[in-house]
Design a protein around this ligand. Structure first.
Ligand SMILES: *[C@@H]1O[C@H](CO)[C@@H](O)[C@H](O)[C@H]1NC(C)=O
Ligand SMILES: *[C@@H]1O[C@H](CO)[C@@H](O)[C@H](O)[C@H]1NC(C)=O
Ligand SMILES: *[C@@H]1O[C@H](CO)[C@@H](O)[C@H](O)[C@H]1NC(C)=O
Length: 345
């Protein structure tokens, strides 16, 4: 309809223009080129919008409820997120929940699971707003969020937030009653995994220092607390910083080691914490023996990228023992802070 109207208007304009400027051929040529361009553009838009809506309506008929779209058919998701033809009544909202860490704790897997809940909308990448882009302002942050329905909770994850000193204060400034998710795992394994990620990126450069060299002072044989991977595993230190600004009741702690074995146990707790109906269950997944992880069943099966769950470097047992001893008092402090223990740490 709009295509036809535009075309007619332009045609009328063109003929008028022709009589007025009979001799100004150049004007006419330029005008014609612009008009044709505009007609093609409008028609193309109309055509694609209709075909999109047509598809969308057909799909809707087969689905019981709008809010079930995400849950029932994963493949419709990109259309909801589409830049021009986003679903009506959706907007971008600041996150009401943030996954703040820990790095290598399983944050990627966690958000991968939460994503299929119909009342959750996730940011597709780590936004790094509070650590690297804070000066750009809240509106910039909001624009990095997905379009969502008012009854959905927007979740962002940036694991670096947990260890950055100034982040909690800024988060509180945005929303003091925000909900925070923290997934932790046994600190020695986390530290090795952290190193593995950096090392893996360096294309296994053999001249890159080994884990032992970085973690243990070669002269004194004492654990180096200054090694970044080790420092990031001092959960007590970082948690204390968050608890200066937030009540413990606002921070839900996920047991990352249990999450690997029994993801659905941990997911149920998160659904409760977010006051959401229980929707994410085992029947939406299958266990992939090659990837050793759960993948989402659907129109197109979705697994985590292959870089996840990569092999750890081999670390000698005496180094692990030293680290375990080093972390013990920090773990005890952390347990006290959160009024909860993790066995086998
Ligand atoms: C702040 O977070 C809470 C908890 O998620 C949420 O209910 C509330 O709507 C948020 N406020 C704003 C302004 O986003
Ligand atoms: C390996 O690491 C060393 C020291 O960081 C660097 O000088 C060298 O260029 C690296 N080599 C490769 C192939 O990346
Ligand atoms: C923690 O909760 C109490 C009562 O629920 C409230 O008065 C207090 O302001 C909260 N503290 C923070 C840091 O949000």
């Amino acid at each position: 309809m709009s295509c036809k109207t535009t075309a007619t208007n332009i045609f009328v304009l063109m003929t008028n223009q022709f009589y007025i400027n009979q001799y100004k051929k150049l004007t006419l040529i330029i005008f014609t080129i612009c008009a044709v361009g505009l007609i093609i553009f409008t028609c193309a838009q109309t055509f694609f919008a209709n075909s999109y809506l047509f598809n969308f309506r057909t799909e809707l008929k087969t689905l019981p409820k709008l809010e079930e779209i995400k849950h029932e058919d994963y493949s419709i998701r990109p259309k909801i997120r589409h830049r021009f033809h986003r679903y009506p009544h959706t907007s971008r909202y600041l996150p009401q929940c943030i996954i703040i860490g820990v790095r290598k704790g399983g944050t990627g897997a966690l958000i991968h699971f939460l994503d299929i809940h119909p009342n959750i909308a996730i940011a597709s990448t780590e936004v790094h707003f509070f650590d690297n882009n804070y000066k750009r302002g809240l509106n910039w942050y909001r624009k990095r969020m997905p379009y969502s329905f008012p009854n959905q909770i927007t979740i962002e994850k940036t694991p670096a937030y947990f260890v950055k000193k100034h982040v909690p204060e800024s988060v509180k400034k945005m929303n003091q009653s925000i909900k925070l998710l923290l997934i932790v795992r046994e600190p020695v394994e986390r530290t090795i995994s952290d190193y593995t990620q950096i090392w893996g990126k360096l294309v296994r450069n053999s001249s890159y220092p080994t884990f032992e060299e970085l973690a243990i002072d070669p002269a004194t044989k004492i654990v180096k607390p200054s090694f970044a991977a080790t420092e990031r595993s001092l959960y007590d230190k970082h948690m204390a910083n968050w608890l200066k600004y937030f009540n413990l009741s606002q921070i839900h702690i996920v047991d990352g080691d249990n999450f690997r074995r029994n993801p659905f146990q941990e997911i149920v707790e998160i659904e409760k914490f977010l006051h959401l109906e229980h929707k994410i269950s085992e029947k939406d997944y299958y266990f992939d023996p090659d990837k050793k992880f759960y993948c989402i069943k659907g129109f197109i099966n979705r697994c985590l990228p292959d870089s996840k769950g990569r092999q750890h470097v081999k670390v000698q047992e005496y180094v692990k023992t030293k680290l375990r001893k080093f972390f013990r008092p920090h773990n005890e402090m952390f347990f006290k802070m959160i009024s909860r223990r993790f066995e086998n740490w």
